[in-house]
Write a protein that binds this ligand. Structure first.
Ligand code: ZN
Length: 434
């Protein structure tokens, strides 16, 4: 299977790209289309690497707008957990498909997911054609720890889809016991599996960790063997300089989620400048659609850059081109993308409408970071497959209808407000499920 993208702007020049078997084979102004090639007309479009969403809970699109503007604990206990207790494989499948449509539309080619019903996620990712590293949350403050562990081992072998990477997802240090975290570290080492975990999201988490274990969260993870080059840490808002230095030494990756941190009012800003100064690999994530509420990395990257400038009092902090490198995964190899378009690289890229008003005039990358949203993306290609062409994702309306139907049945859709308020008194029944 081969693809030719003709006449797209690359480094400011009309360029033709050819890809075969998922890999870019040729790139240049004189490259010729071959008879068997599927052709994507790239004229008036700019060719760019796809974006990498380093932390999300894709199926939470089903809970978009359900329980906004509540304190974290109330939001989780009264809204999110009761709904999650009812989710079926099919709910998660369609929620993930909806997330994939949104990500494809806004130029994301790869995402790191953590959510329940992992086989359904894997199926959805496969059907959508994007790349994903997927993990089922590991939590054990109630439930059968043995069964949970057996299941986690099974899930590592659950797919042979080359676009899907099964991971281990200990949810957080306050939801997974020390014994479960140690077990996860051993299994990850044995199987060379990536580990995806929330860390240092709130001051309370840090205080509890110090009280219980005598050390801050990063040192605690390191003591358990969980701080390795395979580890992806979501948030790290409350990390000290010493913790950042330890993360850099161990080669772990931090994924920052500015919208989610702001919306849930975690009370601090991820210390990006300090982290990079110490050599930490950093990626960008949206977190789930219930706490963002969108999956558009072109909105997230602007917030990333602006927030760092604001927090440091330095407009030169995190310049646009560096923010772009964070969003394409170029500063975090573990996330799996090189952020480069060249022969030999995976054929994962986007075409943006170079003549869009918000990209005119000025530098393309600077405009993408500061002026654009995901709506400038015209086409998205993953592993040489065209997932969106001319702003259209096949099956998009069917997927939207299915997901909306699921959300209505779950009582999370906005138009189900009346039923929702009646259903609320019952949510206490589900407390403590996790
Ligand atoms: Zn999260």
């Amino acid at each position: 299977v081969s693809l030719a993208v003709t006449g797209a702007l690359h480094m400011g020049e009309p360029t033709t790209l050819r890809a075969a078997d998922g890999v870019i084979t040729e790139l240049g102004p004189d490259v010729e289309v071959q008879p068997a090639d599927e052709v994507l007309d790239g004229s008036r479009l700019a060719l760019l690497p796809g974006l990498v969403n380093g932390h999300t809970h894709a199926a939470m699109t089903l809970m978009r707008g359900y329980g906004d503007d509540l304190p974290l604990r109330t939001w989780l206990e009264d809204r999110i957990w009761p709904v999650e207790a009812k989710l079926t494989d099919d709910d998660v499948y369609w929620g993930t498909r909806l997330a994939c449509v949104e990500m494809i539309r806004t130029g994301t080619v790869r995402f790191w997911d953590m959510y329940w019903h992992m086989p359904a996620i894997t199926r959805a990712v496969h059907d959508a054609g994007v790349r994903a590293a997927v993990a089922q949350p590991l939590v054990d403050f109630v439930g059968d720890a043995v069964e949970l562990r057996e299941r986690a081992v099974e899930l590592l072998d659950a797919t042979d889809d080359p676009l899907v990477t099964p991971c281990l997802g200990p949810h957080a240090i306050y939801t997974a016991s020390e014994s479960l975290l140690r077990w996860t570290a051993e299994l990850a080492h044995e199987r060379d599996a990536p580990v995806h975990i929330h860390l240092s999201e709130t001051a309370q988490e840090v205080a509890d960790c110090v009280a219980e274990h005598g050390v801050r969260p990063v040192e605690y993870l390191d003591r358990l063997g969980l701080l390795t080059p395979r580890t992806v840490l979501a948030h790290c808002v409350w990390c000290t300089d010493d913790e950042l230095a330890l993360i850099a030494t161990r080669g772990a990756t931090i994924v920052t989620n500015p919208s989610s941190n702001l919306k849930l009012a975690v009370g601090a800003v991820f210390p990006y400048v300090a982290a990079r100064a110490r050599g930490v690999s950093v990626g960008l994530g949206t977190d789930g659609a219930a706490s963002n509420n969108g999956l558009d990395l072109l909105q997230e990257v602007k917030l990333l850059a602006l927030l760092q400038k604001h927090a440091t009092g330095d407009p030169a902090a995190l310049p646009a081109h560096e923010a772009w490198d964070v969003a394409t995964g170029r500063l975090a190899g573990t996330l799996g993308s090189t952020g480069r378009i060249a022969p030999g690289q995976a054929a994962d890229f986007v075409l943006v409408r170079a003549e869009a008003p918000e990209l005119t005039p000025g530098d393309l990358v600077t405009n993408l970071v500061y002026a654009a949203s995901g709506s400038v993306v015209d086409s998205t290609v993953v592993a040489g497959r065209v997932l969106m062409r001319g702003g259209r994702v096949p099956d998009e309306s069917d997927i939207r209808a299915e997901a909306l139907g699921r959300a209505r049945a779950l009582g999370t859709a906005a138009d189900a407000t009346a039923e929702k308020s009646e259903a609320l008194p019952q949510v206490g029944d589900h407390h403590g499920r996790y």
